[in-house]
Design a protein around this ligand. Structure first.
Ligand SMILES: [Zn+2]
Ligand SMILES: [Zn+2]
Length: 389
């Protein structure tokens, strides 16, 4: 069977970097790994093919030779034991695992299940527990949102055991696990139809932690954490909005055995303001103007977040007009600028009239001046239409 091009096998370009090649190989190795494809001959071939391609392309000398001479440059020289050596037509599974074992390693979690973090560099194999996140809700009014606010939460949560300082051991005497010698993982040789396979699995003796506790702490039964209460204060920045989630790293549940604590997640809820509607950083107020004030002009009071402002109404003010009070909205949460307070004008029409009012209005109704002319109709229509743009 003719050999496929190594670049093609790994699906990388001819100019791929070593990192890219490593990454591509890892992907193939996971895809065709015999653990995932038990008894699948084709997958096994692909697995071997990828390993062979990786062996050549990850080695600068072999790669240069291959680039120049192709497969002939590889196998033809195999017997010489020279710079092209080490590859005499196919590799066994054992070869692959012993040569490239490191590419599968680095993670304690259940054999090949835990490839996720590869490439991070660190070879941390011991398992560290992580505490779970805690979620709380906080309801804020506009005043609090406009200035930012400090809120205190009394949290029921797991805390590090003070008696054993989180170790879980009475007197702090934990010892290195004799099974895995502290690594947290053990290499297991498994007999399969494909031959002997090496897999790295979590050490059963210590559960992957690399150490074992001789005398469990009496306060926490060896867990290193106890259930308790803690008051956490959170500075909520100005400008937050409904549905935003703030997170305080490390303020969630403590992790077992001095593990990594979870986070505290704070979900923001907005209290409905009786007067003001929020539109991002702007606020909207609907001003119900009396008909005489709209016609004659005057001064009205508009509620803001924390007080009131007086606003002048021009004579002949039309419904649908929007007044913009600059900077009277909410600050943006990222600190850039402040929104406006938009005052939408509507006209109040009395629901009942006395005799005098009625006759006065009947006179007005007869007057041509009280009928909207074409230009005002157009103006108001334009305004109205803009609401739907
Ligand atoms: Zn304890
Ligand atoms: Zn162990």
């Amino acid at each position: 069977m003719a050999k496929r091009d190594y670049y093609e096998v790994l699906e990388v370009t001819k100019t791929a970097t070593v990192e890219e090649i490593k990454k591509a190989y890892r992907k193939k190795a996971i895809q065709y790994h015999p653990d995932k494809n038990p008894g699948d001959k084709e997958a096994e071939e692909k697995f071997k093919e990828a390993a062979e391609a990786y062996d050549v392309l990850s080695n600068p000398d072999k790669r240069a030779r291959y680039d120049q001479f192709g497969h002939a440059g590889m196998s033809g020289a195999a017997g010489n034991g020279g710079p092209f050596g080490g590859f005499s037509g196919g590799m066994s599974m054992d070869d692959i695992f012993s040569m490239f074992g490191d590419i599968f390693g680095g993670h304690g979690g259940g054999g090949f299940g835990g490839f996720g973090g590869f490439g991070g560099g660190g070879q941390q194999t011991q398992r560290r527990f992580r505490g779970s996140d805690l979620r709380v809700k906080v309801k804020l009014n506009l005043q609090e949102i406009s200035t930012g606010v400090e809120k205190k939460f009394k949290l029921k949560k797991y805390l590090t055991c003070t008696h054993c300082h989180g170790s879980g051991a009475e007197g702090g005497d934990s010892e290195t696990c004799p099974t895995c010698k502290g690594s947290g993982t053990v290499i297991r040789n498994q007999q399969t139809i494909l031959g002997t396979m090496q897999t790295r699995t979590t050490c059963q003796t210590c559960g992957g932690e690399g150490k074992i506790i001789k005398n469990k702490c009496k306060e926490c039964s060896g867990e290193g954490i106890v259930y308790g209460e803690e008051v956490v204060s959170v500075n909520i920045p100005a400008g937050v909005a409904e549905g935003m989630q703030l997170s305080m790293s490390g303020k969630g549940n403590a992790g077992k055995h001095n593990g990594v604590p979870g986070d505290l997640l704070i979900l923001v809820e907005e209290e409905q303001d009786p007067n003001l509607i929020r539109d991002e950083n702007d606020l909207i107020y609907n001003l119900l103007l009396s008909f005489p004030t709209a016609a004659l002009g005057g001064t009205v009071e508009i509620p803001t977040i924390d007080s009131k402002v007086k606003v002048k109404i021009e004579s002949g003010t039309q419904p649908g007009k929007v007044l913009r009070l600059r900077g009277k909205g909410l600050p943006s949460v990222n600190g850039y600028g402040t929104g406006d307070l938009l005052v939408n004008i509507s006209i109040y029409v009395p629901e009942a009239l006395n005799k005098e009012e009625k006759s006065a209005l009947e006179k007005m109704e007869a007057s041509e001046n009280f009928k909207p002319n074409t230009s005002i109709k157009e103006k108001i229509f334009k305004k109205f239409k803009s609401l739907f743009d």
